[in-house]
Design a protein around this ligand. Structure first.
Ligand code: PMP
Length: 443
Protein backbone atom coordinates (compact mmCIF):
# COMPACT_ATOMS: atom_id res chain seq x y z
CA UNK A 1 0.00 0.00 0.00
CA UNK A 2 1.44 3.43 -0.91
CA UNK A 3 1.74 6.17 1.69
CA UNK A 4 -1.00 8.20 -0.03
CA UNK A 5 -3.53 5.40 0.19
CA UNK A 6 -2.97 4.74 3.94
CA UNK A 7 -5.96 5.93 5.97
CA UNK A 8 -4.98 8.80 8.31
CA UNK A 9 -4.86 7.74 11.96
CA UNK A 10 -7.91 8.90 13.90
CA UNK A 11 -6.78 11.20 16.73
CA UNK A 12 -7.85 10.15 20.23
CA UNK A 13 -10.26 12.24 22.31
CA UNK A 14 -7.27 13.14 24.50
CA UNK A 15 -5.39 14.53 21.44
CA UNK A 16 -8.47 16.37 20.21
CA UNK A 17 -8.88 17.99 23.64
CA UNK A 18 -6.27 20.52 22.37
CA UNK A 19 -9.22 22.46 21.00
CA UNK A 20 -10.54 23.07 24.52
CA UNK A 21 -9.24 25.40 27.24
CA UNK A 22 -8.17 24.61 29.92
CA UNK A 23 -5.84 21.63 29.57
CA UNK A 24 -6.46 20.94 33.27
CA UNK A 25 -7.15 17.26 32.74
CA UNK A 26 -3.50 16.71 31.76
CA UNK A 27 -2.51 17.39 35.38
CA UNK A 28 -4.92 14.88 36.91
CA UNK A 29 -4.13 11.49 35.34
CA UNK A 30 -1.37 10.38 32.96
CA UNK A 31 -4.17 8.92 30.78
CA UNK A 32 -7.30 11.06 31.20
CA UNK A 33 -10.61 9.38 31.95
CA UNK A 34 -13.73 9.82 29.82
CA UNK A 35 -16.77 9.19 32.00
CA UNK A 36 -19.77 7.74 30.21
CA UNK A 37 -22.34 7.07 32.91
CA UNK A 38 -22.99 6.96 36.62
CA UNK A 39 -25.29 5.40 39.18
CA UNK A 40 -25.41 6.05 42.92
CA UNK A 41 -21.85 6.52 44.06
CA UNK A 42 -20.29 4.81 41.01
CA UNK A 43 -19.20 6.01 37.56
CA UNK A 44 -18.02 4.12 34.48
CA UNK A 45 -15.45 5.17 31.85
CA UNK A 46 -15.40 4.63 28.08
CA UNK A 47 -13.21 1.52 28.52
CA UNK A 48 -15.90 -0.04 30.73
CA UNK A 49 -14.04 0.42 34.05
CA UNK A 50 -16.15 1.06 37.14
CA UNK A 51 -15.03 3.49 39.86
CA UNK A 52 -16.24 4.38 43.32
CA UNK A 53 -16.58 8.16 43.05
CA UNK A 54 -14.96 9.87 46.04
CA UNK A 55 -14.76 13.31 44.43
CA UNK A 56 -17.88 13.94 42.37
CA UNK A 57 -19.70 15.06 45.49
CA UNK A 58 -17.89 18.37 45.44
CA UNK A 59 -17.82 18.86 41.70
CA UNK A 60 -21.45 18.21 40.91
CA UNK A 61 -23.09 15.23 42.45
CA UNK A 62 -24.40 16.28 45.82
CA UNK A 63 -26.68 13.31 46.45
CA UNK A 64 -26.12 10.47 43.95
CA UNK A 65 -25.38 9.87 40.28
CA UNK A 66 -28.48 9.43 38.11
CA UNK A 67 -30.82 10.05 41.05
CA UNK A 68 -34.17 8.89 39.58
CA UNK A 69 -36.17 11.81 41.09
CA UNK A 70 -33.84 14.37 39.49
CA UNK A 71 -33.82 12.61 36.11
CA UNK A 72 -37.63 12.44 36.13
CA UNK A 73 -38.11 16.08 37.19
CA UNK A 74 -35.67 17.33 34.55
CA UNK A 75 -37.16 15.18 31.77
CA UNK A 76 -40.72 16.20 32.63
CA UNK A 77 -39.82 19.90 32.72
CA UNK A 78 -37.76 19.65 29.51
CA UNK A 79 -40.78 18.04 27.86
CA UNK A 80 -42.99 20.97 28.91
CA UNK A 81 -40.78 24.02 28.31
CA UNK A 82 -37.06 24.87 28.29
CA UNK A 83 -36.91 28.62 28.78
CA UNK A 84 -35.62 31.46 30.92
CA UNK A 85 -37.26 32.40 34.23
CA UNK A 86 -36.24 36.03 33.82
CA UNK A 87 -39.20 37.70 32.15
CA UNK A 88 -42.04 35.40 33.18
CA UNK A 89 -43.30 33.92 36.42
CA UNK A 90 -41.85 30.49 37.19
CA UNK A 91 -43.26 28.38 40.03
CA UNK A 92 -40.09 26.26 40.29
CA UNK A 93 -37.84 29.28 40.74
CA UNK A 94 -40.11 30.83 43.37
CA UNK A 95 -40.45 27.57 45.30
CA UNK A 96 -36.71 26.94 45.31
CA UNK A 97 -35.96 30.54 46.34
CA UNK A 98 -38.43 30.27 49.25
CA UNK A 99 -36.84 27.02 50.40
CA UNK A 100 -33.25 28.27 50.14
CA UNK A 101 -34.10 31.60 51.83
CA UNK A 102 -35.69 29.63 54.69
CA UNK A 103 -32.72 27.27 55.01
CA UNK A 104 -30.10 30.03 54.77
CA UNK A 105 -30.50 31.33 58.34
CA UNK A 106 -30.38 34.89 56.96
CA UNK A 107 -33.40 36.90 58.13
CA UNK A 108 -35.59 38.56 55.49
CA UNK A 109 -33.56 36.77 52.80
CA UNK A 110 -33.88 37.04 49.03
CA UNK A 111 -32.25 34.75 46.45
CA UNK A 112 -30.68 35.60 43.09
CA UNK A 113 -29.99 32.56 40.87
CA UNK A 114 -26.90 32.23 38.67
CA UNK A 115 -25.39 29.44 36.60
CA UNK A 116 -22.11 28.99 38.52
CA UNK A 117 -20.18 29.68 41.69
CA UNK A 118 -18.08 32.29 39.93
CA UNK A 119 -21.17 34.20 38.85
CA UNK A 120 -22.63 33.88 42.35
CA UNK A 121 -19.52 35.37 43.99
CA UNK A 122 -19.35 38.03 41.30
CA UNK A 123 -22.94 39.00 42.08
CA UNK A 124 -22.21 38.98 45.84
CA UNK A 125 -19.25 41.34 45.33
CA UNK A 126 -21.35 43.55 43.07
CA UNK A 127 -23.96 43.81 45.82
CA UNK A 128 -21.48 44.39 48.64
CA UNK A 129 -19.47 47.04 46.79
CA UNK A 130 -22.64 48.84 45.66
CA UNK A 131 -24.16 48.67 49.15
CA UNK A 132 -21.02 50.01 50.78
CA UNK A 133 -19.93 52.37 47.97
CA UNK A 134 -16.44 50.88 48.07
CA UNK A 135 -14.27 48.64 45.92
CA UNK A 136 -12.05 47.58 48.82
CA UNK A 137 -12.58 44.00 49.97
CA UNK A 138 -11.03 41.53 52.38
CA UNK A 139 -10.35 37.94 51.33
CA UNK A 140 -8.49 35.04 52.92
CA UNK A 141 -5.00 33.92 51.97
CA UNK A 142 -5.01 30.58 50.11
CA UNK A 143 -8.66 31.05 49.02
CA UNK A 144 -10.44 30.27 45.73
CA UNK A 145 -13.58 32.08 44.57
CA UNK A 146 -13.87 31.62 40.79
CA UNK A 147 -12.52 32.57 37.41
CA UNK A 148 -14.15 35.87 36.37
CA UNK A 149 -12.16 39.11 36.39
CA UNK A 150 -13.54 40.05 39.82
CA UNK A 151 -13.27 36.66 41.48
CA UNK A 152 -9.74 36.03 40.20
CA UNK A 153 -8.82 39.37 41.76
CA UNK A 154 -9.88 38.25 45.23
CA UNK A 155 -8.64 34.64 44.99
CA UNK A 156 -5.75 34.29 47.43
CA UNK A 157 -4.27 31.12 45.92
CA UNK A 158 -1.76 32.39 43.35
CA UNK A 159 -1.91 29.22 41.24
CA UNK A 160 -5.54 30.08 40.43
CA UNK A 161 -5.08 33.78 39.97
CA UNK A 162 -3.59 34.18 36.47
CA UNK A 163 -3.65 37.99 36.45
CA UNK A 164 -2.80 40.49 39.16
CA UNK A 165 -5.05 43.13 37.55
CA UNK A 166 -8.37 43.56 39.33
CA UNK A 167 -11.31 45.94 39.51
CA UNK A 168 -11.19 45.50 43.32
CA UNK A 169 -8.58 46.42 45.90
CA UNK A 170 -8.09 43.30 47.96
CA UNK A 171 -6.44 42.82 51.33
CA UNK A 172 -5.65 39.28 52.43
CA UNK A 173 -6.38 37.98 55.90
CA UNK A 174 -4.80 35.11 57.90
CA UNK A 175 -6.92 32.29 59.29
CA UNK A 176 -7.86 29.78 56.57
CA UNK A 177 -4.89 27.50 57.22
CA UNK A 178 -4.43 26.25 60.78
CA UNK A 179 -1.15 24.35 60.38
CA UNK A 180 1.06 26.76 58.43
CA UNK A 181 2.01 30.43 58.75
CA UNK A 182 3.04 32.67 61.64
CA UNK A 183 0.25 31.57 64.01
CA UNK A 184 0.44 27.79 63.45
CA UNK A 185 2.07 27.08 66.83
CA UNK A 186 -0.73 28.76 68.83
CA UNK A 187 -3.67 27.13 70.60
CA UNK A 188 -7.06 27.50 68.89
CA UNK A 189 -8.10 30.38 71.16
CA UNK A 190 -4.78 32.18 70.68
CA UNK A 191 -4.88 31.50 66.93
CA UNK A 192 -8.30 33.17 66.73
CA UNK A 193 -7.08 36.10 68.85
CA UNK A 194 -3.95 36.56 66.68
CA UNK A 195 -5.88 36.43 63.37
CA UNK A 196 -8.49 38.86 64.73
CA UNK A 197 -5.79 41.28 65.90
CA UNK A 198 -4.18 40.97 62.45
CA UNK A 199 -7.55 41.89 60.89
CA UNK A 200 -7.92 44.88 63.23
CA UNK A 201 -4.36 46.06 62.34
CA UNK A 202 -5.10 45.70 58.63
CA UNK A 203 -8.28 47.75 58.92
CA UNK A 204 -6.42 50.36 60.94
CA UNK A 205 -3.87 50.72 58.13
CA UNK A 206 -6.48 50.93 55.36
CA UNK A 207 -8.28 53.83 56.91
CA UNK A 208 -11.03 53.93 54.28
CA UNK A 209 -14.29 52.20 53.80
CA UNK A 210 -14.10 48.40 53.24
CA UNK A 211 -17.07 46.70 51.55
CA UNK A 212 -16.89 43.05 52.65
CA UNK A 213 -14.93 40.06 53.82
CA UNK A 214 -15.41 37.05 51.53
CA UNK A 215 -14.35 33.66 52.90
CA UNK A 216 -14.87 29.91 52.46
CA UNK A 217 -15.69 28.31 55.85
CA UNK A 218 -13.48 25.41 54.71
CA UNK A 219 -11.10 26.24 51.86
CA UNK A 220 -11.85 23.79 49.07
CA UNK A 221 -9.30 24.19 46.28
CA UNK A 222 -6.87 25.25 49.04
CA UNK A 223 -6.87 21.65 50.35
CA UNK A 224 -9.90 21.29 52.67
CA UNK A 225 -8.29 23.44 55.31
CA UNK A 226 -9.92 25.72 57.87
CA UNK A 227 -9.32 27.78 60.97
CA UNK A 228 -10.81 26.84 64.36
CA UNK A 229 -14.57 26.91 64.89
CA UNK A 230 -15.61 30.37 66.06
CA UNK A 231 -12.98 32.21 63.97
CA UNK A 232 -15.58 33.99 61.82
CA UNK A 233 -17.65 34.87 64.88
CA UNK A 234 -14.61 36.75 66.20
CA UNK A 235 -14.06 38.32 62.78
CA UNK A 236 -17.72 39.32 62.58
CA UNK A 237 -17.53 41.32 65.79
CA UNK A 238 -14.75 43.40 64.19
CA UNK A 239 -16.56 43.65 60.84
CA UNK A 240 -19.78 44.80 62.53
CA UNK A 241 -17.97 47.66 64.24
CA UNK A 242 -16.83 48.89 60.81
CA UNK A 243 -20.12 48.12 59.02
CA UNK A 244 -18.28 45.62 56.77
CA UNK A 245 -20.38 42.80 55.26
CA UNK A 246 -19.51 39.10 55.65
CA UNK A 247 -19.89 36.98 52.51
CA UNK A 248 -19.75 33.24 53.20
CA UNK A 249 -18.76 31.32 50.05
CA UNK A 250 -20.60 28.03 50.61
CA UNK A 251 -19.98 26.68 47.10
CA UNK A 252 -18.26 23.59 48.56
CA UNK A 253 -19.44 23.61 52.18
CA UNK A 254 -23.21 23.98 51.76
CA UNK A 255 -26.14 21.52 51.93
CA UNK A 256 -24.97 19.43 54.90
CA UNK A 257 -21.65 18.29 53.45
CA UNK A 258 -19.80 19.18 56.67
CA UNK A 259 -22.02 16.81 58.68
CA UNK A 260 -22.54 18.75 61.89
CA UNK A 261 -24.05 21.73 60.07
CA UNK A 262 -26.12 22.51 57.01
CA UNK A 263 -23.86 25.47 56.11
CA UNK A 264 -20.17 25.91 56.88
CA UNK A 265 -20.81 29.27 58.57
CA UNK A 266 -22.84 27.56 61.30
CA UNK A 267 -19.61 26.30 62.91
CA UNK A 268 -19.11 30.00 63.75
CA UNK A 269 -22.74 30.78 64.50
CA UNK A 270 -22.24 32.57 67.80
CA UNK A 271 -22.09 35.91 65.94
CA UNK A 272 -25.12 35.15 63.77
CA UNK A 273 -25.49 34.46 60.05
CA UNK A 274 -23.43 36.09 57.29
CA UNK A 275 -24.90 39.08 55.43
CA UNK A 276 -24.50 37.29 52.11
CA UNK A 277 -24.14 33.60 51.29
CA UNK A 278 -23.20 32.11 47.92
CA UNK A 279 -23.89 28.57 46.68
CA UNK A 280 -23.39 26.50 43.50
CA UNK A 281 -21.98 23.11 42.44
CA UNK A 282 -23.96 20.27 44.05
CA UNK A 283 -27.39 21.86 44.40
CA UNK A 284 -28.23 21.03 40.77
CA UNK A 285 -26.73 17.51 41.08
CA UNK A 286 -24.81 18.21 37.87
CA UNK A 287 -27.00 20.93 36.36
CA UNK A 288 -25.51 24.43 36.10
CA UNK A 289 -26.90 26.29 39.08
CA UNK A 290 -25.57 28.79 41.61
CA UNK A 291 -26.91 31.72 43.55
CA UNK A 292 -26.65 34.44 46.14
CA UNK A 293 -28.72 34.79 49.32
CA UNK A 294 -28.73 38.18 51.03
CA UNK A 295 -30.77 40.33 53.37
CA UNK A 296 -33.44 42.16 51.35
CA UNK A 297 -31.86 45.52 52.17
CA UNK A 298 -28.56 44.41 50.61
CA UNK A 299 -30.15 42.57 47.68
CA UNK A 300 -32.32 45.56 46.78
CA UNK A 301 -29.49 48.11 46.76
CA UNK A 302 -28.94 47.90 43.01
CA UNK A 303 -31.34 50.27 41.34
CA UNK A 304 -30.53 49.39 37.71
CA UNK A 305 -31.77 46.16 36.11
CA UNK A 306 -29.56 43.14 36.69
CA UNK A 307 -30.65 39.76 35.34
CA UNK A 308 -29.20 36.35 34.42
CA UNK A 309 -30.86 34.76 31.37
CA UNK A 310 -30.28 31.17 32.46
CA UNK A 311 -30.08 31.67 36.25
CA UNK A 312 -32.91 29.71 37.88
CA UNK A 313 -34.29 28.40 34.59
CA UNK A 314 -37.27 26.01 34.80
CA UNK A 315 -35.21 22.89 33.98
CA UNK A 316 -32.42 23.53 36.49
CA UNK A 317 -34.80 24.54 39.27
CA UNK A 318 -36.89 21.40 38.67
CA UNK A 319 -33.74 19.28 39.08
CA UNK A 320 -32.51 21.25 42.10
CA UNK A 321 -35.89 21.02 43.87
CA UNK A 322 -35.97 17.23 43.45
CA UNK A 323 -32.36 17.01 44.62
CA UNK A 324 -32.95 19.17 47.70
CA UNK A 325 -36.10 17.24 48.62
CA UNK A 326 -34.15 13.95 48.47
CA UNK A 327 -31.34 15.42 50.58
CA UNK A 328 -33.70 16.63 53.32
CA UNK A 329 -36.02 13.61 53.35
CA UNK A 330 -33.11 11.16 53.66
CA UNK A 331 -31.14 13.21 56.23
CA UNK A 332 -28.03 13.15 54.06
CA UNK A 333 -26.42 15.67 56.40
CA UNK A 334 -26.58 13.07 59.19
CA UNK A 335 -25.30 10.47 56.75
CA UNK A 336 -22.33 12.72 55.90
CA UNK A 337 -21.51 13.00 59.60
CA UNK A 338 -21.66 9.24 60.19
CA UNK A 339 -19.92 7.97 57.05
CA UNK A 340 -17.34 10.78 57.19
CA UNK A 341 -16.37 9.80 60.75
CA UNK A 342 -16.04 6.16 59.66
CA UNK A 343 -13.81 7.12 56.75
CA UNK A 344 -11.52 9.29 58.87
CA UNK A 345 -11.21 6.59 61.55
CA UNK A 346 -10.16 4.03 58.97
CA UNK A 347 -7.64 6.32 57.29
CA UNK A 348 -6.09 7.23 60.66
CA UNK A 349 -5.92 3.58 61.74
CA UNK A 350 -3.59 2.83 58.81
CA UNK A 351 -1.04 5.21 60.43
CA UNK A 352 1.03 5.71 57.26
CA UNK A 353 4.16 7.93 57.44
CA UNK A 354 3.28 9.48 54.05
CA UNK A 355 0.15 10.97 55.66
CA UNK A 356 0.91 14.13 57.64
CA UNK A 357 -2.68 14.91 58.50
CA UNK A 358 -6.22 13.67 57.96
CA UNK A 359 -8.62 16.55 58.47
CA UNK A 360 -12.02 17.86 57.56
CA UNK A 361 -15.65 17.66 58.51
CA UNK A 362 -18.37 15.28 57.36
CA UNK A 363 -17.75 14.19 53.79
CA UNK A 364 -15.17 16.89 53.09
CA UNK A 365 -11.93 15.15 54.05
CA UNK A 366 -8.39 16.31 53.26
CA UNK A 367 -5.36 14.00 53.45
CA UNK A 368 -2.09 15.93 53.45
CA UNK A 369 0.96 14.04 52.15
CA UNK A 370 4.67 14.47 52.86
CA UNK A 371 7.92 12.90 51.68
CA UNK A 372 10.40 10.98 53.87
CA UNK A 373 11.87 14.30 55.07
CA UNK A 374 8.43 15.53 56.15
CA UNK A 375 8.19 18.08 53.29
CA UNK A 376 4.99 18.52 51.23
CA UNK A 377 4.91 15.84 48.52
CA UNK A 378 2.92 16.64 45.36
CA UNK A 379 4.61 13.55 43.86
CA UNK A 380 3.00 11.30 46.48
CA UNK A 381 -0.40 12.92 45.81
CA UNK A 382 -0.08 12.42 42.04
CA UNK A 383 1.03 8.80 42.57
CA UNK A 384 -1.85 8.10 44.98
CA UNK A 385 -4.35 9.40 42.41
CA UNK A 386 -2.96 7.04 39.76
CA UNK A 387 -2.91 4.01 42.11
CA UNK A 388 -6.41 4.78 43.34
CA UNK A 389 -7.62 4.92 39.76
CA UNK A 390 -6.05 1.49 39.05
CA UNK A 391 -7.86 0.17 42.13
CA UNK A 392 -11.18 1.65 40.99
CA UNK A 393 -11.39 4.78 43.15
CA UNK A 394 -11.61 8.42 42.02
CA UNK A 395 -10.34 11.11 44.40
CA UNK A 396 -9.34 14.77 44.02
CA UNK A 397 -6.28 16.77 44.94
CA UNK A 398 -5.51 20.37 45.88
CA UNK A 399 -3.66 22.53 48.39
CA UNK A 400 -1.10 25.25 47.82
CA UNK A 401 1.64 22.68 47.10
CA UNK A 402 -0.67 20.18 45.33
CA UNK A 403 0.02 17.65 48.11
CA UNK A 404 -3.48 17.26 49.58
CA UNK A 405 -5.90 14.52 48.56
CA UNK A 406 -9.52 15.64 48.58
CA UNK A 407 -12.21 13.13 49.46
CA UNK A 408 -15.79 14.27 48.81
CA UNK A 409 -18.17 11.48 47.78
CA UNK A 410 -21.86 12.03 47.03
CA UNK A 411 -23.72 12.52 50.34
CA UNK A 412 -25.67 9.26 49.97
CA UNK A 413 -22.49 7.21 50.55
CA UNK A 414 -23.29 3.96 52.36
CA UNK A 415 -21.27 2.67 55.31
CA UNK A 416 -20.12 -0.29 53.20
CA UNK A 417 -18.89 2.07 50.48
CA UNK A 418 -17.14 4.26 53.07
CA UNK A 419 -15.20 1.25 54.35
CA UNK A 420 -14.49 -0.06 50.84
CA UNK A 421 -13.28 3.35 49.64
CA UNK A 422 -11.14 3.96 52.73
CA UNK A 423 -9.44 0.57 52.26
CA UNK A 424 -8.79 1.26 48.56
CA UNK A 425 -7.35 4.66 49.45
CA UNK A 426 -5.08 3.16 52.13
CA UNK A 427 -3.79 0.64 49.58
CA UNK A 428 -3.19 3.43 47.02
CA UNK A 429 -1.35 5.45 49.70
CA UNK A 430 0.79 2.42 50.61
CA UNK A 431 1.83 2.02 46.98
CA UNK A 432 2.51 5.77 46.60
CA UNK A 433 4.52 5.69 49.83
CA UNK A 434 6.68 2.81 48.59
CA UNK A 435 7.29 4.80 45.39
CA UNK A 436 8.15 8.13 47.02
CA UNK A 437 9.86 6.94 50.25
CA UNK A 438 11.65 4.00 48.64
CA UNK A 439 10.89 0.40 49.69
CA UNK A 440 11.84 0.96 53.36
CA UNK A 441 9.63 3.65 54.92
CA UNK A 442 11.17 5.50 57.85
CA UNK A 443 10.17 3.97 61.21
N1 PMP B 1 -16.08 29.20 45.18
C1 PMP B 1 -15.53 28.05 45.60
C2 PMP B 1 -15.29 27.87 47.07
C3 PMP B 1 -15.22 27.03 44.70
O1 PMP B 1 -14.68 25.90 45.14
C4 PMP B 1 -15.49 27.23 43.32
C5 PMP B 1 -15.19 26.14 42.30
N2 PMP B 1 -14.11 25.34 42.54
C6 PMP B 1 -16.05 28.44 42.92
C7 PMP B 1 -16.34 29.41 43.87
C8 PMP B 1 -16.35 28.71 41.47
O2 PMP B 1 -17.41 27.93 41.06
P1 PMP B 1 -17.65 27.63 39.51
O3 PMP B 1 -16.54 26.74 39.04
O4 PMP B 1 -19.01 27.01 39.47
O5 PMP B 1 -17.64 28.95 38.79
Amino acid sequence: MSDQSRAPETPSLHQRHRAVTPAWLATYYSEPIELTHGEGRHVWDSAGNRYLDFFGGILTTMTAHALPEVTKAVAEQAGRIIHSSTLYLSSGMVELAEQIAGLSGIPDAKVFFTTSGTEANDAALLLATAYRHSNQVLAMRNSYHGRSFTTIGITGNGAWSPTSLSPLQTLYVHGGVRTRGPFAHLSDADFIAACTQDLEDLLGQVGGNVAALIAEPIQGVGGFTHGPDGLFAAFKRVLDRHGILWISDEVQTGWGRTGDHFWGWQAHAEAGPPDILTFAKGIGNGLAMGGVVARAEVMDCLDANSISTFGGSPVTTAGALANLRHLLEHDLQGNARRTGALLVKRLLAADLPVVREVRGKGLMIGVELVDAAGEPSPAAAAATLEHARELGLLIGKGGLAGNVLRVAPPLSLTEGEAVEGADLLVEALRRAQAQTFGPEPRP
